[in-house]
Each structure stands twice: as C-alpha cells, then as structure tokens.
Design a protein around this ligand. Structure first.
Ligand code: ZN
Length: 201
C-alpha cells in the first residue's frame, strides 16, 4: 500500500495492482502554471526489485533478471491497455484480452489454504518473479470481488492515470473531474466554438 493508494482511497486488496499500473506516469498537463513531469518508476531490473521490496512482495535478496524485468513491462502495458478499455471491451474485445493473457503467462499461481480468509491464490515461484505473480493474483481477486470494473484509466489524453472509481454508479471517466474532466470539457467547448465561428466565415 502506497501513499497514493491511501490518498485516493484505493481498497487495500488491489493497492499493489493500482500502484503497479501507475509506475508509468504519462501525465503532461500544466497545473497552476507548472508542467507535470512524466516519470518511469521501473527504469531497470534493480528499480523493479526495489519497488517490489518496498511493498514486501519479494524477499530482501531477490533481484529480478532481465527477463523478469521485460515480462514485468509487458504485464504493465497489457494491464494498462485493459484498464483503458471500457467494460464492454474488457469482456469481448480480443485485442484487449489476448495480450493480457499472454503477458500473464509467466506468472504462475497456485491455490493455498491461507488461514482466516479461507483459500487464496499465491505465487508458485519463490524468486523475484513471485512479486509480479502476487499482482496477477490481485487482478484475479479484484475481478472475483467485482471491484476490478472500478479500476480505470483516466480518459484525458494528457493524464492516463489509473484511478479507482468510487462514484455510486461507477461511471466516472476522469481521475479528478475538477481537473481532468474540466480541462477536457473546456477544450471540447473551445473546439466546437472555433469550428462554429470558422464555418460562419
Ligand atoms: Zn486524470
């Protein structure tokens, strides 16, 4: 669980998944005159290892191999594409589903009795790969609990941050309506206005 997941009230059960999807920060809007800097938290295998360790997802000594690192980036890309898709696409569109299945393949899980919570999925491996398998398990658990549908990507092109939709109907499109939503509405208005005044001349 990270500071961001707590700040935005993301349920603990999918906090690692939320953080993982947001390790790539593509935001490039200007807010109060300050340009947001884009960032990549997983720049190399060592950075991935540190990220997983901070969340207690791998043992101290475990270091991801180059291969695991590449598989992690594949997984993140496929997860982000999946979360970017609307709910109907997630259930039907092969170009969303197939790449995610392929990206999840290296991360084996098994069923285990886990005490007071009954049974759960736990990573089959014990190496650095296990940390990413734990994230795949969160994906499965969230889908089973019905909360995955509320994990979405902000519809603003200059944001694309993954957020957890806490609205009652679950139909939010922007991570923050007051920022991303307003920016887009203002732009749509301006474009329409420009178009209308352009067609008059
Ligand atoms: Zn946004």
């Amino acid at each position: 669980m990270s500071k961001a997941s707590r700040e935005f009230n993301v349920p603990d059960a999918l906090a690692n998944l939320y953080d993982f999807a947001n390790t790539l920060d593509l935001r490039h809007f200007t807010h109060y005159g300050v340009q947001h800097q884009q960032a990549e938290e997983l720049a190399d295998p060592a950075a991935l290892g540190e990220w997983l360790r901070q969340r207690g997802l791998i043992d101290r000594g475990a270091v991801p191999t180059q291969r695991t690192f590449e598989a992690a980036l594949q997984l993140r890309g496929a997860v982000r594409d999946y979360l970017k898709s609307d709910l109907a696409e997630r259930r039907r569109k092969a170009s969303v589903i197939a790449p995610l299945n392929k990206a999840m393949e290296p991360f084996a899980l098994r069923v285990a009795a886990i005490g007071k919570d009954g049974f759960g999925l736990i990573p089959l491996q014990a190496d650095a790969q296990a940390g990413l398998s734990a994230i795949v398990a969160e994906l499965y658990n969230a889908a089973a609990a019905g909360t995955l549908d509320r994990l979405k990507m902000c519809a603003a092109d200059e944001c694309q941050r993954v957020f957890f939709d806490r609205s009652k109907p679950g139909t939010r499109r922007w991570c923050q309506s007051t920022l991303c939503g307003n920016r887009e509405k203002t732009r749509t208005y301006r474009e329409r206005h420009k178009h209308e005044s352009g067609s008059e001349t």
